[in-house]
Design a protein around this ligand. Structure first.
Ligand code: SF4
Length: 205
């Protein structure tokens, strides 16, 4: 049995083209202590909830999905760094790429003494770092919410960070509606206003 920490998973999406370059799997984790004003995912702030999941099973699901890699977002991936480092390393061993979003600044993460943080950085190809600032909405670059957030190429994979912002809407067989991707709050409000109350849940950034 693995000694890697379990990951509290809020949502696993097998395939998406709205969370980074190409077609990717995406894992939203539960829990974020940063709590940016205007965050689209306040339901992911608390550390209670989510589904505790082994890193090995997440690697298996990403590989089985047949996508080009995984995007880790949340919630705050670096607050579950050791477990997600195991996920990222396993995904990379399978020849796939890893993109990680964080609300922490890169300099802060690099100075951390936490081995899990260092391991997740070293298993990440493309890092998007910095808190969401609702006074600095980014209308130009894909996938990021605000202009202060930095793309950091930690390897030469995932070098192309051009592409459109997209919103994806998924309807389950039970009629539950999940939304992911990035749009400004006016666009998202307009979209959600047309959906049944209580059935729609965003998982943005
Ligand atoms: S935008 Fe990201 S870092 Fe900021 S509160 Fe939301 S989940 Fe946390």
């Amino acid at each position: 049995m693995s000694d890697q920490p379990l990951v509290r998973v809020a949502r696993f999406l097998e395939r998406t083209t709205a969370e980074g370059p190409g077609e990717r799997s995406a894992i939203w984790v539960q829990g974020c202590s940063i709590r940016c004003a205007g965050c689209f995912n306040p339901h992911l702030f608390g550390t209670r909830g989510g589904t505790p999941t082994t890193p090995e099973s997440l690697v298996d699901r990403v590989v089985a999905a047949g996508t080009s890699g995984v995007t880790l977002l949340g919630g705050e991936p670096f607050e579950q760094a050791a477990g997600l480092a195991a996920v990222a390393a396993g995904v990379r061993r399978a020849g796939l790429t890893v993109m990680t979003f964080t609300g922490y600044e890169y300099a802060y993460l690099r100075s951390s003494a936490d081995k899990g943080v260092a391991a997740l950085l070293s298993a990440t190809d493309l890092l998007v770092a910095g808190p969401f600032r609702q006074d600095l909405i980014d209308h130009e670059r894909p996938w990021v919410g605000s202009t202060n957030q930095e793309f950091l190429h930690l390897t030469d994979r995932l070098a192309d960070v051009t592409g459109p912002d997209r919103i994806e809407v998924t309807v389950s067989a039970a009629g539950d509606i999940a939304v992911n991707g990035w749009a400004d709050s006016d666009t998202l409000d307009a979209l959600l206003a047309g959906l049944p109350a209580g059935r729609a849940r965003p998982s943005g950034r």
